[in-house]
Write a protein that binds this ligand. Structure first.
Ligand SMILES: Cc1cc2nc3c(=O)[nH]c(=O)nc-3n(C[C@H](O)[C@H](O)[C@H](O)COP(=O)(O)OP(=O)(O)OC[C@H]3O[C@@H](n4cnc5c(N)ncnc54)[C@H](O)[C@@H]3O)c2cc1C
Length: 484
């Protein structure tokens, strides 16, 4: 498995367990809700988190505005959007910070606009806020849900739901606004501190610098970026799965190209690889397969990494270079004179970077055996799906197995007032290759949103929120919770 985890002692870490004598304290709420609403329009979109003007006190930085929130979610992607909507719907002051320009993350910006899997073995196993947004997107765009009553066999993707990513982003934003979530785009945390008043998170954006005092912090960055800032343990394998720049080519008719011409083209592609004009990963080594798909999810970007601005920028550049190589190879060929790009995403999708080291780690055995964790808060369902440079061979689950996700995998080991949701949950690499899919990320986002909101309300850490309360609240908000 070649996993190298760095695990400093939790007691030495910022953000690790507070001394037992320190009571959980609510951040100062120095403005009334009405007062706050009056001020808010000038600050950003949303309604409930409180802006209190320049920070004061010994550790306040001159010039930085200070906000307070009950729940601060960092990363408005597949999981984080749902976590924030859920916390907002429970009436707690919620701020959602997204480094990009829209919500949805990999589902929208990277164009993986085919979320799954909400159904297993003929039954719906994930619902709730993610399902609500997905079905709204289908309906508003006159798209169609798959027929979930038809078994897919090994073609599990047939139960993924095709949506418009752009519409999903707009609907997710609308749901955040309606839930009173304050949205902060184009910002990212530069420092996180565990203070006597709660988390103090410095957010930096284009011409903005804001300190947020928050009771509960939820890391939904996909890379466990907040956990990294805190110096808490993260793990990552020496080799990670490749990424994919999703684009679609058109302007050619594969059916009109005879077999001999296609075979010749396949050989020419191999020659181009030998000459360095193409990389085999630009088309996953099968030009026929690539052309049949029109590109889409049929290329790989090796070494893709979104965990820093530098590595993410390189990953995007390498994706676009791969596209240009392919266009320059195909365009001069007969049958491709009218080649065109029909769709091109702004970011390369990244499958894997860091995972946290949690109170519980979901292993491959847990997943394939469908272990019922005592603190299960959601289901997950997908084949083991580890992509290698030239492709993927999914390993399907045994009939009737439906894995579960424990709350403990969302809680960094030894931490307080801290949760993660999304692909960076605590899991081994092979379990993660299945757990990371979107319906599962949405379900864990909703579980994290409920837990963070209940913890903030009660002034306790997520570990101390009674499981029965979490499950009951999730069900009241439409989620499907594994039987206790
Ligand atoms: C090419 C590809 C194909 C896939 N195929 C499928 C599939 O067929 N079906 C399926 O269901 N799943 C699929 N997946 C997996 C799935 O899409 C992802 O694992 C899942 O969407 C990850 O969700 P997340 O919330 O963890 O991260 P993301 O959705 O990536 O969200 C993370 C968000 O955090 C933001 N962010 C990051 N760092 C910061 C920061 N420091 N400050 C503020 N914001 C930050 C990002 O901008 C982003 O919006 C695929 C993934 C890829 C890449």
């Amino acid at each position: 498995m070649n996993s190298h985890a760095t695990q400093p002692s939790a007691a030495e870490l910022p953000g690790a367990a507070a001394p037992a004598s320190r009571p959980d304290r609510r951040p100062p709420d120095t403005c009334s809700r009405r007062n706050f609403l009056a001020k808010l329009g000038a600050l950003s979109v949303g309604t409930t988190a409180c802006a209190v003007g320049p920070a004061r006190g010994a550790d306040a930085t001159p010039g930085a505005r200070q906000l307070v929130a009950d729940v601060l979610v960092i990363g408005g992607g597949t999981a984080g959007t749902i976590a924030a909507i859920q916390a907002g719907r429970l009436g707690v002051r919620t701020i959602l910070v997204e480094a990009g320009s829209q919500l949805g993350g990999t589902t929208t910006t990277a164009g993986v606009d085919f979320p799954g899997l909400f159904h297993a073995w003929g039954k719906q196993i994930i619902a709730g806020i993610g399902w609500e947004l997905v079905t709204q997107a289908v309906e508003l765009n006159s798209d169609q849900l798959p027929n979930f009553s038809i078994p897919t066999g090994a073609q599990h993707w047939k139960h993924q739901v095709r949506i418009s990513g752009a519409l999903y982003a707009a609907l997710a934003e609308d749901a955040c606004l309606k839930a009173g979530v304050q949205l902060r785009y184009y910002e990212a945390p530069s420092a996180v501190e565990n203070t006597a008043d709660g988390w103090k998170v410095r957010l930096v954006g284009k011409g903005t610098q804001v300190d947020v005092l928050a009771r509960q912090l939820v890391d939904c960055t996909g890379n466990a970026a907040v956990i990294g800032l805190l110096g808490l343990a993260r793990q990552r394998d020496a080799v990670t799965q490749p990424g994919t720049l999703i684009y679609r080519l058109g302007g050619y008719h594969l059916d009109g190209i005879d077999a001999a011409t296609l075979s010749k083209l396949e050989l020419q592609a191999r020659e181009a690889v030998q000459q360095g004009r193409l990389l085999a990963t630009d088309y996953n080594g099968s030009l026929r397969g690539f052309l049949r798909a029109g590109g889409e999810n049929a290329m790989h970007v090796p070494g893709a990494d979104s965990s820093t601005s530098e590595t993410h920028a390189q990953t995007n550049i390498r994706g676009r270079q791969a596209l240009l190589r392919m266009l320059r190879f195909l365009k001069p060929q007969p049958d491709f004179e009218h080649l065109k790009i029909e769709r091109l995403q702004a970011e390369t999708g990244v499958r894997e970077t860091y995972r946290i080291v949690g109170e519980t780690t979901v292993t491959l055995a847990d997943y394939v055996e469908g272990r019922k964790f005592p603190d299960a808060v959601a289901h997950s369902f997908y084949p083991i799906d580890l992509h290698e440079e030239r492709g993927v061979r999914p390993k399907h689950l045994t009939q009737d197995v439906v894995p579960t996700l424990p709350l403990g995998a969302l809680i960094p080991k030894g931490s307080r007032n801290l949760l993660v949701a999304g692909r960076c949950l605590s899991s081994d690499r092979l379990a993660n290759s299945a757990l990371r899919v979107q319906a599962s990320c949405m379900a864990m986002g909703q579980a994290a949103g409920v837990t963070a909101a209940l913890a903030a309300r009660a002034g306790v850490s997520p570990q101390q929120v009674p499981l029965g309360e979490i499950r009951k609240t999730l069900q009241a908000h439409g989620a499907i919770v594994p039987a206790a």
